[in-house]
Ligand binder design. Structure first.
Ligand code: C2E
Ligand code: MG
Ligand code: MG
Ligand code: MG
Length: 289
């Protein structure tokens, strides 16, 4: 019999809850195997220089090709990976896989972005390990951007600090992901070795529809610019959003309108069409994958 909740609510352990728990345990065991059995794969979403509309970088985003459940997005397994400590193995795999892909594309001025969890970076030696994996792949550390979410930085900035400084000293770019959602991160921005902010897409969703939303976005981008940080807009879905972001001087952009995340071989084709295209977004738009 479960404990008495507020407002006279009584929680009992229902058979459905047992099913949810068992499913979770299954998935956890599966994830351990997934890493060894090559069930994880990466897709790559372009980041475009908004002044020239040229490709600047590609962000590696992990997927899990589960044998019975099909392709799972990160929201289905990254939180569990963080709780169980599997996140470090995933992070190492992502870094070497993404760096190897960047080398295969062979375009030396094209960046590669990876998302790393603070719970991984705070492990002793994590930064040196990441640097070694990049070196082994034959990629210069200057090409790598490490994205860390603002919420994790706010919660665990002390733990992440050493790792971020090490990676920064090696020449990597450090980007604050989902910028604007952590609210109290402003005071850390100047203490941390951060050189880019990725403005969360929730702040950009309505910029072409509402003057208030536009003013809000302008102030966030302006803050990044005032601190001499690269500014990257997430979640550009419509041409009118792109125009507003270009007008306010946001440096870089990413979103379904510019390109969906692509499989590795789709990147090569996208790069050649993007380099042939005249500046202007329509020619960069890609059908969904
Ligand atoms: P994020 O790093 O902020 O990545 C952006 C997410 O927004 C991606 O979802 C991307 O597919 C999606 N997106 C991009 N453009 C648009 C758009 O125009 N509209 C909309 N509605 N969505 C857009 P995804 O791939 O499902 O990743 C979700 C989150 O999972 C990522 O957010 C990141 O925090 C995390 N993640 C992804 N890959 C990894 C990884 O390899 N390691 C870790 N630790 N986390 C990862
Ligand atoms: Mg990211
Ligand atoms: Mg992001
Ligand atoms: Mg985001």
């Amino acid at each position: 019999r479960a404990k008495q909740g507020g407002r006279g609510r009584v929680e009992v352990f229902k058979p459905e809850m047992h099913a949810v728990l068992m499913e979770r345990l299954d998935l956890e065991a599966d994830l351990r195997r997934a890493i060894e059995q090559d069930e994880l794969f990466l897709v790559y979403q372009p980041i475009v220089d908004l002044a020239t509309m040229r490709p600047a970088s590609l962000e590696a985003l992990v997927r899990w090709n589960h044998p019975t459940r099909g392709v799972l997005p990160p929201s289905h397994f990254i939180p569990m990976a963080e709780e169980t400590g599997l996140i470090a193995s995933i992070g190492r795999w992502v870094v070497s896989e993404a760096a190897a892909a960047a080398r295969r594309w062979g375009v030396s001025d094209l960046g590669i972005n990876v998302n790393l969890a603070v719970s991984h970076l705070r492990l002793p030696g994590a930064a040196d390990e990441v640097a070694a994996l990049v070196r082994e792949a034959g990629v210069s550390p200057e090409r790598l951007t490490v994205e860390v979410t603002e919420n994790e930085i706010v919660r665990e900035h002390d733990e992440a600090l050493d790792a971020l400084f090490t990676l920064r000293e090696l020449g990597m770019t450090i980007a604050v992901d989902d910028f604007g959602t952590g609210f109290s991160s402003l005071r850390y921005l100047r203490q941390l070795p951060v050189n880019a902010v990725k403005v969360d897409r929730s702040f950009l969703a309505d910029i072409d529809l509402s003057p208030e939303a536009l003013a809000f976005a302008q102030s966030i981008v302006g803050l990044g610019t005032a601190l001499s940080l690269h500014t990257v807009a997430e979640g550009i879905e419509r041409p009118a959003q792109l125009v507003e972001l270009q007008r306010m001087g946001c440096g870089y952009g990413q979103g379904f309108y510019l390109s969906r995340p692509l499989p590795e071989d789709g990147v090569v084709a996208w790069l050649s069409s993007a380099s042939r295209a005249q500046p202007g977004a329509a020619s960069l738009a890609q059908p969904g994958t």
